[in-house]
Design a protein around this ligand. Structure first.
Ligand SMILES: O=C(CO)COP(=O)(O)O
Length: 254
């Protein structure tokens, strides 16, 4: 199948890696992904490693991203990091609304909406995460939940191509239990349909929708073969340079 959208593979390291470990990853990973023409690749390290990782990415096609940010430019917000600071550290993208932040840290759809708007305002590509819990899936509410999360996150956001949506069912994250490629495709296609209704079909057909949740070299091709899945947001398997490089390689040839 020929897709018009370029595959996008994003490593979300979550709260893993010291400076030394990040450096060692870069030394092993970057020589394996020299050809950036056919796929977009990004690494999202913890804040403490951003600037250091950027120094290794200078001559590579790999982009730098953050895992979160606050929406204000500066001020008395102890512990927060602003979009301006992320751009300054070399970031091009930022993950917003990850389920771990929603569930463990109490992030609301309204906060996520502020973050999406701030990312766009400061020139960062928002990677907006949505996805249902196991209970919601069992109650057949997956689409309803995803629709509400998307609607609230994009409230007041002008139609734009500078957006990536990551469908990450909560029960598939870090569990080893990936969603079936068919279930993931059903939701990805639902998301594309919503964006076509809310914005327009042209923009919606160009937006990249990623799947996330227990992606590994053994299953990436199955997801990439689906019409509406344009890549993956990878947690655990992105911590190992060889496994993430293999995921990138397989995503191009699926
Ligand atoms: O949360 C994820 C990526 O953001 C997925 O994590 P795992 O790949 O470890 O399941």
């Amino acid at each position: 199948m020929v897709k018009i959208r370029k595959p996008f593979l994003i490593a979300n390291w979550k709260m893993h890696k010291t400076l030394g470990e990040a450096e060692s990853f870069c030394r092993d990973f970057l020589p394996r992904v020299k050809d950036g023409g056919r796929v977009d690749i990004a690494i999202c390290p913890p804040f403490t490693c951003l600037f250091h990782v950027k120094s290794f990415l200078a001559s590579s096609p790999v982009k730098l991203g953050a895992q979160n940010m606050f929406w204000e430019e500066k001020g008395a917000y102890t512990g927060e990091v602003s979009p301006v600071m992320l751009v300054d550290a070399g970031c091009e993208l930022v993950i917003i609304g990850h389920s771990e932040r929603r569930i463990i840290l109490g992030e609301t759809d309204a906060m996520i909406n502020c973050k999406v708007k701030a990312a766009l305002q400061y020139g960062l590509l928002p990677v907006l995460c949505v996805g249902e819990t196991l209970k919601e899936r069992q109650e057949k509410k997956a689409k309803e939940v995803v629709r509400k999360q998307l609607q609230e996150a994009l409230e007041g956001v002008e139609k734009t191509e500078n957006l990536v949506i990551a469908y990450e069912p909560v029960w598939a994250i870090g569990s080893g239990l990936n969603a079936s490629p068919e279930d993931a495709e059903e939701i990805a296609s639902f998301i594309r349909g919503l964006l076509a209704d809310w914005w327009d079909r042209e923009i919606s057909s160009r937006l990249r929708i990623l799947y996330g949740g227990s992606v590994k070299p053994e299953n990436i091709s199955l997801f990439m073969q689906k019409e509406n899945i344009d890549g993956a947001l990878v947690g655990g398997a992105s911590l190992d340079p060889y496994s993430f490089a293999e995921i990138v390689r397989l995503s191009v040839y699926a």
